[in-house]
Write a protein that binds this ligand. Structure first.
Ligand SMILES: *[C@@H]1O[C@H](CO)[C@@H](O)[C@H](O)[C@H]1NC(C)=O
Ligand SMILES: *[C@@H]1O[C@H](CO)[C@@H](O)[C@H](O)[C@H]1NC(C)=O
Ligand SMILES: *[C@@H]1O[C@H](CO)[C@@H](O)[C@H](O)[C@H]1NC(C)=O
Ligand SMILES: *[C@@H]1O[C@H](CO)[C@@H](O)[C@H](O)[C@H]1NC(C)=O
Ligand SMILES: *[C@@H]1O[C@H](CO)[C@@H](O)[C@H](O)[C@H]1NC(C)=O
Ligand SMILES: *[C@@H]1O[C@H](CO)[C@@H](O)[C@H](O)[C@H]1NC(C)=O
Ligand SMILES: *[C@@H]1O[C@H](CO)[C@@H](O)[C@H](O)[C@H]1NC(C)=O
Length: 538
């Protein structure tokens, strides 16, 4: 969900060697558009009146009221100082990111205020540097999702038609305003745009002493789902075309990645070539992989979406073969390792990679690949384990583990503290103990429940919901924490991200409410948990 800019420092030190790995064998696959429904066949009445859904809804209302009172119309709530901050370009990010959750929960009074705010935004102006990735996943998808859900007939719609139509016209206005980012030699989008001057603000990456204009894989590969939907809703094909052009570099990687389908995080926007080999499912790559299968689920008749699905299969199979690994003497755990900038296995994983379980379950079920579904269950269970084995019941930002030879990637990880943690936990140690309202494990647990129907997954998400709410002051609900293993979570951070409304509370609510509410067979979710109507259902 978040591309990793902190990797830049690491990359600056790195040098890149050539790789002789074979190209992914995706050309040989069948593109026959068959599919399977994704959701378990739940009996009628499942989850009717479950009080856990109501508790999550009340959490939304409580947090929204705090945002409204202290932070509106700023982007995000600062819950300790009781004010707000414009860290997402000043358009009221929590409103746009959070509206579809309120639609799903049937909070019509709140939605009405949100719709009024949205219709009045001027998306052509911002005094901030505007980041393309954040615009797509939070604002653009938030608008499209609210539009789709309200128009679906699945939820109450007492709203003014003009305000509902404004969701779509604002989406088009925003996507048009940000479109100068595609103006590079290759068509790979640059990271940021100065909205006042229309100047592109390029990122650079230095590898082996050479500096490249660069973009990261998640940045360039996390628009195709939104842009397909926007083109289908507006009839303007330019959005789809821009997204496809960027995506072509990602699914035809040059040079070849260290392992098939596991591309690195950085590309040269001047040549379209990959400049690092640090693949995996972590930040910087994550939602690129996620959208490969989701775009196919959205429109399996589209031949380019078929190419994306083929690449996803290569990625999933290669992950199973090369990077799905268990810590030393702990076969009950399966983590997906990241690779370093040279493409070597690191035996480390960040929380962002915990979305993989849900994505593998979705694709495995849709494509009838029980082996992939099984890997999805294993990785979801392992991410839950990370949460279940801390003092707070919340999970760490990143972990590392001792490999099959009982060795870590970095010899400095071989110290007493880490060894003691590993002996207690299951062969892994906590690299970064902070927790930043991560939605990814909640997301995978939600998918595991909707795909298998097994109630244990609901219990897991309920435990995490309760952990979010404990030992903190009433005036600071759900602040982020600095240490998942310290009493009370260590220090509180003065921040509530807009994705708390968009993702954390939506995945939780949908875990406990009736399973036909936002069914995975009717909607496909963007990386920020914004559901969009599937063009061709299975
Ligand atoms: C990658 O390989 C180069 C050349 O062998 C080496 O100098 C560099 O330290 C390696 N980078 C990492 C992260 O291991
Ligand atoms: C929020 O309030 C705190 C304490 O009053 C203040 O220091 C800070 O500058 C305020 N932040 C913003 C973004 O206004
Ligand atoms: C946009 O560019 C103008 C002109 O160079 C500059 O004055 C302004 O500070 C830039 N805006 C931001 C947010 O960087
Ligand atoms: C980056 O792009 C700019 C604008 O096209 C160009 O002037 C510059 O030389 C490029 N930098 C590198 C390192 O290629
Ligand atoms: C771990 O899971 C068990 C069984 O579901 C539960 O009873 C316990 O409260 C969980 N512990 C934490 C810290 O979440
Ligand atoms: C474990 O890591 C060590 C140190 O990086 C490496 O030399 C060894 O080959 C690895 N073992 C396995 C089984 O991957
Ligand atoms: C163990 O290693 C980690 C990573 O290098 C380091 O942050 C930590 O301080 C070390 N702990 C001890 C007790 O040496």
């Amino acid at each position: 969900m978040v591309p990793s800019f902190h990797l830049q420092a690491l990359l600056a030190l790195a040098a890149v060697t050539g790789h002789a790995a074979a190209a992914p064998p995706h050309a040989a696959r069948s593109s026959s558009p068959t599919c399977n429904t994704v959701q378990f066949d739940f009996p009628a009445g499942t989850n009717k009146g479950d009080p856990r859904a109501e508790a999550v809804k009340q959490a939304y209302v409580r947090e929204w009221n705090q945002y409204w009172k202290y932070a509106y119309p700023k982007d995000d709530l600062l819950p300790i100082t009781h004010n707000g901050t414009n860290d997402l370009f000043g358009w009221g990010a929590s409103v746009v990111d959070g509206i579809d959750t309120a639609v799903v929960m049937g909070l019509t009074d709140i939605v009405e205020e949100q719709l009024k705010h949205i219709a009045a935004i001027d998306f052509t102006k911002s005094e901030y540097l505007v980041n393309f990735f954040d615009v797509n996943i939070r604002y653009l998808a938030g608008l499209l999702s609210a539009y789709d859900l309200i128009k679906s007939g699945d939820f109450p719609n007492p709203y003014d038609d003009d305000l509902v139509e404004a969701l779509l016209s604002q989406a088009k206005s925003l996507a048009t305003a940000i479109s100068p980012v595609f103006d590079t030699d290759t068509g790979l989008p640059v990271a940021q745009l100065n909205f006042s001057t229309q100047q592109l603000v390029r990122s650079t990456t230095s590898v082996n002493g050479v500096t490249y204009n660069s973009t990261n894989t998640a940045q360039a590969g996390t628009l195709i789902l939104e842009y397909y939907r926007l083109s289908d809703l507006t009839g303007d094909e330019s959005f789809r075309e821009n997204a496809k052009k960027a995506e072509k570099y990602l699914i035809n990687p040059s040079p070849a990645p260290a392992f098939p389908g596991l591309v690195g995080t950085e590309l040269d926007t001047d040549s379209g070539k990959f400049i690092t080999f640090d693949g995996g499912w972590e930040a910087g790559v994550d939602s690129f992989i996620e959208y490969l299968i989701k775009t196919y689920v959205y429109d399996r008749d589209d031949s380019f979406a078929g190419d994306l699905k083929d690449f996803w299969l290569t990625t999933a199979e290669s992950s199973a073969k090369n990077i799905a690994l268990s810590p030393y003497k702990n076969p009950q755990l399966t983590f997906l390792s990241q690779l370093d900038s040279n493409g070597s296995i690191m035996w480390t994983m960040d929380d962002y990679a915990c979305f993989a379980g849900g994505n593998l379950l979705l694709g495995g079920k849709y494509l009838d690949r029980p082996d992939i579904t099984e890997l999805g269950i294993k990785t979801s269970d392992s991410c839950h384990w990370l949460y279940n084995h801390t003092l707070t019941g919340l999970g760490p930002s990143s972990i590392g583990w001792y490999n099959a030879s009982n060795k870590p990637y970095d010899s400095t990880y071989n110290n007493g503290t880490y060894r003691a943690q590993a002996a207690k936990n299951g062969g892994y140690f906590i690299e970064d103990p902070s927790y930043s309202s991560y939605p990814e494990p909640l997301e995978s647990i939600f998918y595991a429940y909707r795909v298998t129907g097994d109630k244990r997954w609901q219990d897991y998400n309920w435990e995490i919901f309760k952990a979010l709410d404990t030992k903190r002051s009433r005036s600071v609900p759900y602040a982020e924490i600095t240490d998942v293993n310290a009493p009370g979570g260590g220090k509180l951070s003065n921040y509530v991200a807009s994705f708390y409304f968009a993702e954390v509370l939506k995945y939780l609510y949908l875990t406990f409410t009736e399973p036909d509410v936002v069914s995975l067979d009717k909607y496909v979710f963007n990386t920020e948990c914004h559901p969009m109507t599937i063009k061709k259902t299975c």
